[in-house]
Design a protein around this ligand. Structure first.
Ligand SMILES: Nc1ncnc2c1ncn2[C@@H]1O[C@H](COP(=O)(O)OP(=O)(O)O)[C@@H](O)[C@H]1O
Ligand SMILES: [Mg+2]
Length: 368
């Protein structure tokens, strides 16, 4: 063995990205490496000697971990679990893990070795990828439908005008006026469905500029009935973006927030309606499968009624709306614009706290 350099195995294990957990024959924690400490947010010092089930705690996972570990100790049989759920600090995380037995001649034998790989980042990437794909397909579908609606409208409008002129009877022009105004409404809708035809023009933008524009628009519109709180990090760098499109994104989101507040006045019995505009630097954000070192985060938060959990996932799809007069296009257009900027919008909502976060990468070199 002399030809091999001597290796500090403890150092090696501590530098692995795989989380390593060793448990003794009483199912108590014997050792965990640094990655495992980080995964469970616990130090070896605190964890050693504790029952392993204290940290492999999984109330939302139908699997009986305790039985499986006991069985593995008894029979020596290894096993692997994929996409297992474990609960760390009241938060579910997903891991792949393998359990195998190590026989040692030390008094605490046999030991069980558990190797864990957190997969949340991977899960999130594949979920995001499929969402983006679905989103693009629906966008194309919507544009196709919008074109088909729009094409005959010009003809209908022209023919109706001719008809109105030849009828020359006020009794009938009332009907032709209805046709024309409904045709105009449909054309506006089709135009919104088609989205902006202009190519984005990118320039260096300080995001506070469009944000302030939107703030003053909203403040004027709501006549100060909604308190608007600004919480800006003024040291943010400028980003390459299309200023007008950013305004549209922020406006679409703010308008939704204002509507959620004004259309549900009865919800505000014990608190005042508020809109918070917040800007921050957010490090290490994965957008569309790319991990960005640093992004600008713009939060638009309201303390309205909120969005039910089962709806949150679908609100970015076109035509998804809960409002009688809604088109369901506002968020889909906003998300589309953010994708064109290599960014994204995320939403988290509970009653009295709905936050739409816009992420814009600003560093050109990203980590992969
Ligand atoms: N701040 C918010 N609070 C509550 N619900 C919201 C909020 N923002 C968006 N929503 C929900 O998302 C849906 C989709 O929004 P959007 O795409 O802008 O379409 P629309 O405004 O035409 O309904 C809305 O109908 C509403 O149910
Ligand atoms: Mg809207």
């Amino acid at each position: 063995m002399d030809q091999y350099p001597s290796i500090d195995y403890r150092l090696l294990v501590d530098n692995l990205t795989t989380a390593i957990l060793l448990i003794d024959s009483d199912l108590n924690i014997f050792y965990l490496n640094s990655s495992c400490e980080a995964l469970f947010d616990i130090s070896l010092l605190r964890a050693a000697g504790q029952p392993v089930m204290n940290i492999l705690h999984a109330p939302n996972d139908g699997f009986n971990t305790l039985d499986a570990l006991t069985n593995s100790l008894k029979t020596g049989q290894a096993y692997t679990r994929r996409e297992a759920t474990i609960n760390v600090n009241f938060k579910d995380i997903h891991v792949d893990y393998s359990v195998s037995q190590i026989n040692t001649d030390k008094p605490y034998h046999p030991l069980l070795l558990i190797e864990l790989n957190p997969i949340d980042r991977m899960l999130k990437i594949s979920k995001e990828e499929s969402l983006t794909q679905q989103h693009q397909i629906t966008r194309q579908l919507i544009r196709g439908v919008a074109h088909e609606i729009k094409n005959p409208l010009g003809g209908i409008r022209g023919a109706t005008q001719l008809l109105a002129r030849s009828l020359n009877d006020p009794q009938y022009t009332e009907f032709t006026d209805i046709i024309i105004s409904e045709v105009d409404r449909l054309r506006n809708l089709a135009d919104t469905m088609l989205g902006s035809r202009q190519l984005p023009s990118y320039e260096l933008v300080n995001v506070h500029e469009p944000l302030e524009r939107v703030r003053s628009l909203v403040a004027n519109q709501t006549k100060k009935k909604i308190k608007i709180i600004r919480d800006y990090d003024l040291s943010l760098p400028e980003v390459k973006a299309d200023r007008d499109q950013l305004i549209q994104v922020m406006l679409n989101i703010c308008v939704n927030a204002v509507q959620a507040i004004t259309e549900n006045k009865e919800f505000f019995v014990d608190h005042q309606p508020e809109l918070i505009l917040r800007t921050r630097i957010q490090r290490l954000v994965t957008i569309n499968g790319v991990l960005h070192r640093s992004t600008i985060r713009i939060d638009i938060e309201d303390n309205g009624i909120g969005i039910p959990q089962e709806v949150v996932e679908s609100i970015f799809y076109p035509l998804v709306t809960t409002r009688a007069k809604g088109t369901g296009l506002g968020l889909s257009i906003a998300q589309n614009i953010m994708h064109q900027h290599n960014g994204m919008i995320e939403c988290q909502s509970i009653p009295k706290k709905t936050v739409f976060s816009l992420y814009l990468p600003w560093e050109s070199n990203h980590v992969t």
